[in-house]
Design a protein around this ligand. Structure first.
Ligand code: UDP
Ligand code: MG
Length: 325
């Protein structure tokens, strides 16, 4: 029986390397699926790109009926794009990957064999990261250590990536039961259960353009978030807590030094030290509570994970949201 693999690719301002990616992956997919029981569809999710990515995608879709384009009304982030791609995918197996060739299309044949062997989840593990500096590697490692300590029964693969494969039934679970607004998609994928395979791959450097996930972009994004649309002000507690504790530490050191210099610290500094320290702890706890409150806030509002502007299937572009029934 004919089977279909859906490749989901999230695209945000990738115009520089998109053509190269499309040519490369089409070559691999045609070679792999030729004379096999697999057919494929290539789903591009345009996550509100502000460059000419959408024009390129329209061009691919008009010449190639296997290309599907889901065009977001605005940028919603990489995870939202992957979720949309999974929602629209019609394949028996679904593979999510990046558009910058950091996830090698050459791994797809190996993933297909795993699907054929009956695996439901294929976790792609990075063996090395050509683009990641020491800082990124250390922080990522520490992140997974802490996460695994705190997550109880759930386990997270170190070096896992947003390059993964899921079977139709896992996709159905993601479509139905994992609709959180605040989420960690690759964490869900690794923890739904079923038969899981891991394949190693070497992450190469970006084919073109720049990473969208730099520290500056994240900080800027959070500043732009205004109170009405964000829970950022709720998090002030954490920062005030940290500052209070730092102030307390400085005062402690100052008092000790003064003590050994023969100037016994006055009652005044002791009180300030204790006050600062206690307030610091209090604010940090308050900050954590706010963190959870913010997540509940986002879930209660229940706004859509993504909003689709148009969809291109078999070269036909359909505008979404025109009629209400
Ligand atoms: N991406 C997206 N929406 C965003 C940011 C990124 O769909 O808001 C896509 C991007 O086009 C790429 C993938 O997510 O295909 C990974 O992004 P990037 O390469 O910037 O991240 P990195 O590989 O540096 O972690
Ligand atoms: Mg990348």
């Amino acid at each position: 029986m004919q089977k279909k693999i859906s490749i989901v690719v999230s695209v945000y301002n990738e115009s520089l390397g998109l053509e190269q990616f499309y040519n490369h992956i089409t070559e691999v997919l045609s070679a792999t699926t030729m004379n096999s029981k697999w057919d494929y569809e290539l789903i591009f999710v345009n996550d509100g790109s502000r460059d000419s990515s959408l024009d390129l995608l329209r061009k691919f879709a008009s010449a190639d009926s296997r290309v599907v384009v889901i065009n977001f009304a605005a940028n919603r982030g990489h995870e939202a794009a992957m979720i949309a791609g999974i929602d629209y995918a019609t394949g028996d197996g679904i593979v999510c990957m990046d558009a910058d060739l950091q996830h090698p299309p050459e791994s797809i044949p190996a993933m297909l064999s795993k699907f054929e062997e009956g695996f439901d989840i294929i976790s792609m593990i990075r063996t090395s990261r050509a683009d990641a500096g020491l800082f990124k590697r250390i922080t990522s490692k520490a992140f997974y250590k802490v996460l695994n300590k705190m997550a109880g029964k759930n386990k997270f693969e170190n070096n896992s990536s947003d390059f993964f494969g899921v079977s139709r039934r896992v996709a159905n679970i993601l479509r139905k039961d994992y609709r959180e607004r605040v989420r960690f998609l690759r964490g869900y994928v690794q923890n739904v259960g079923f038969k899981k395979a891991t394949i190693e791959f070497e992450a190469s450097a970006r084919a073109a353009g720049e990473s969208n996930y730099n520290l500056k972009a994240l900080i800027k994004l959070s500043i732009n978030a205004i109170c009405n649309f964000s829970d950022a002000p709720l998090k002030i507690g954490i920062y005030s807590g940290i500052i209070s504790i730092l102030a307390a530490l400085i005062l402690i050191i100052y008092s000790i030094v003064q003590y050994f210099l023969g100037n016994a610290p006055s009652g005044y500094s002791t009180i300030i030290v204790v006050l600062c320290f206690m307030f610091g702890v209090l604010f940090i706890i308050l900050g954590f509570i706010s963190e959870y409150l913010g997540i509940i806030f986002a879930e209660v509002k229940g706004r859509p994970i993504y909003i689709v502007d148009s969809v291109i299937v078999e070269g036909e572009e359909r505008i979404e949201g025109g009629e209400i029934n």
